[in-house]
Design a protein around this ligand. Structure first.
Ligand SMILES: *Cc1c(COP(=O)(O)O)cnc(C)c1O
Length: 380
């Protein structure tokens, strides 16, 4: 079956008592057992029956099963946010005295999680230019514990050679962890690329019209400690498991993911091509321009000055001034003064985050309406 079909018809774990077609929201904290013996088995993890919803809930399990059916992953874990998914995955491998090897182009909060929060616990960071993998190969820290990259970086839209990066990681026995939020996981052949653990914010494409926050860990089974620590330790001790209401909404979101993505990515490509012809736009950055096909629904434009970016944002009538990505509504933001506001100008320079850049997230509107809004906002 094709992914579109599987996304609609993933079987339930158990037949629903009423034959419900949508998997019900199990809004319950605990579950009753038929006997003390079965209860012991469940608590010991020897049978896969839910006992407490901090650790397992049927609605969340159904969502995880559906993601698993659409991917090549061995294990899927659904958490409360993308940041929680990233934090848990890093925590599987990182410890005091060890070094996380990371790109200088990372989502602002991920950058800060590693260099501020984990640093306080004694974890070190090696911030490297992943566009020069030859140099990285020669300079990787001896005490490295993992390599972390983004598939398409946000907002620089850089794509590193993931296959090469995975060779560099694997010859040292290191896991390669990749954040694929910028494109649906169904479009990434993670196992083929040599990714060990894929992390993503399901808040973005999957939630379907920005209904809810969520994060996913897709574990390709190459490092058994991921499953062990997640299911035996972190879900219990940290408590960031997805809630059933969110799992329900995001299960519905998965059903329409492909049609939404195709349209949003086509909008992004069409708009990128149109904006290349607009004189006030100094540069259009969209990976699909080089690849000559729709590729993600995020693009950036550079205007002449920071002030022009503010004027542009304030003149938009249709496109919304908001953070978030891949809502059904198109969104615009000035990353330099918002997402990256807590970094110094020097730090932002090292990250290639510029004060002249506007990030656009393409929604489901008609592309000509979006183009007209942009052109009028540029004062043409
Ligand atoms: C939004 C985002 C995250 C964080 O996800 P949340 O669900 O907001 O916690 C992580 N990485 C990237 C690339 C993102 O765009």
């Amino acid at each position: 079956m094709k992914k579109e079909t599987k996304a609609i018809h993933t079987p339930f774990q158990k037949r629903d008592a009423y034959g419900a077609l949508s998997f019900p929201v199990y809004n319950t904290v605990a579950y009753e057992f038929d006997s003390a013996q079965i209860m012991t088995e469940a608590f010991a993890g020897r049978v896969s029956e839910p006992d407490y919803s901090r650790v397992m809930n049927p609605t969340v399990t159904y969502f995880e099963n559906r993601v698993k059916a659409l991917s090549d992953a061995d294990n899927v874990f659904a958490l409360t946010t993308g940041m929680a998914a990233i934090f848990h995955t890093l925590l599987v491998f990182a410890e005091a005295g060890k070094t996380i090897v990371m790109s200088n182009h990372l989502f602002g909060n991920t950058f800060s999680l590693i260099t501020t929060t984990l640093a306080r616990l004694g974890v070190k960071a090696q911030i490297a230019d992943f566009s020069n993998l030859g140099l990285l190969d020669k300079t990787i820290a001896d005490d490295a514990c993992l390599i972390f990259a983004e598939y398409i970086t946000n907002p620089q839209l850089e794509m590193v050679d993931i296959k090469k990066l995975s060779e560099i990681a694997h010859k040292r026995g290191l896991p390669l962890i990749v954040d694929t939020t910028a494109i649906p996981f169904t479009e990434v052949d993670a196992r083929e690329l040599g990714i060990d653990v894929e992390v993503l914010s399901s808040t973005k494409y999957i939630s379907g019209g920005a209904t809810s926050l969520g994060g996913l860990i897709l574990d390709y089974g190459t490092f058994p400690e991921v499953k062990r620590r997640m299911s035996m330790e972190f879900l219990f001790n940290i408590g960031s498991y997805m809630t059933p209401q969110v799992a329900y909404m995001q299960t519905i979101g998965l059903e329409t993911l492909k049609v939404r993505y195709d349209k949003q990515a086509q909008n992004a490509l069409d708009l990128a091509r149109l904006l290349q012809q607009v004189p006030q736009v100094k540069r259009v950055n969209y990976p699909g321009l080089q690849l000559q096909k729709p590729f993600g629904a995020m693009l950036t434009i550079d205007l002449e000055t920071e002030q022009k970016c503010y004027d542009f944002l304030n003149s938009l009538r249709l496109i919304r001034r908001a953070t978030n990505l891949f809502d059904s509504k198109s969104l615009a933001i000035h990353p330099y003064s918002t997402i990256f506001v807590n970094f110094t100008p020097e730090e932002k320079k090292k990250m290639d985050v510029f004060d002249t850049t506007i990030r656009l997230s393409m929604g489901l509107e008609d592309v000509n309406d979006l183009y007209e809004d942009i052109v009028q906002a540029l004062g043409q």
